[in-house]
Design a protein around this ligand. Sequence first.
Ligand code: 5GP
Length: 364
Amino acid sequence: MEWCVSMPKIELHVHLNGSIRDATLLDLARALGDKGLIDFSQVEHVILKNDRSLSEVFKLFDLIHIVTTDHSSITRITKEVVEDFASENVVYLELRTTPKKNDSLGMSKRSYVEAVLEGLRAISSVDVAFIPNSEEPVNLSSTLLSDASDKCNGNTRKKIFVRLLLSIDRRETTEAAIETVMLALEMRRFGVVGIDLSGNPAVGEWTTYLPALMFARQQGLYVTLHCGEVSNSKEIHNMLDFLPQRIGHACFFEEEHWRKLKSSNIPVEICLTSNIRTLSVPTIDAHHFVDLYNAKHPLVLCTDDSGVFSTSLSNEYKIAASTFGLGQKEMFELSKNSIEFIFADDVVKEVLRKTFDSAAKSLT
Ligand code: 5GP
């Protein structure tokens, strides 16, 4: 299924720190070990463990954050993550991350996001368009993203649109959540388009985040919520009643939740490998992807945490195609339809539609 790699793809659910390369994580951990700040042998064992439950995944994130949360590491990871997605022909990427404050490193939520932006600016091997209304530098309108690449000085250059979502961690207070929304508003001109609610679903209350999410919406930011990762019927109802522009996962939905979701037509970010690895769905063929797909409900295939779950978007496409018996044409349509659920403006959507139309000509 080479075509899963070569076809243009849209990726809308990517956590920055969950998408770190294994090699980079080990590299950063080793450097901290050399300074005597962590016990590398213990950390190496945790990093290389492959099967983790959802609660173990959140323990791993705490470890990843100890290793990665300084400005230069965040810049490096951002650069590498975007390069990795571009290399497999992702032509539009929404990257989400939780702005972090760490006084001992002189890190504020703002300087954290600035480090992310620095990572986007540092990319030279790929043409990255992340500043809204000024996409010309990558010459998108004239060359489009046509084959997701063009020839430049004999090298194949990939082109990718990137937009940022700032995540609210469920451990945060209402005030901290509002601070993140204020920061997102300030950073809109640098491609921040929305807010995500994520973090350990066993922690926190919906009412804590609601004021920040309502404020975000009033101010015109898009909102996507991690919804139904654990069985919590009341919270799922509250989240669906909020009418976010998208939700992620939807694993522990009951009949009435499906009814509400389908009648409100809220697009679902589907993360197959993540859901299997965290045991959120029992088996791949029992995954709700198939029901939503058959019902023509809006959905988009995503990786969630390509580093933590050792996957890629092309791999997610392969898994969906082989498990549910979908061919190249169906998968291409699925990918193209995702354009309608992105949080960027109509100009970007139009460029992407043309990109897909152009790529459709080479479908076998
Ligand atoms: P970061 O925001 O630090 O760049 O990415 C890692 C963070 O994303 C984790 O600490 C967690 O808050 C969030 N995250 C990553 N994967 C998942 C997931 O599958 N479910 C939820 N609820 N949150 C996640």
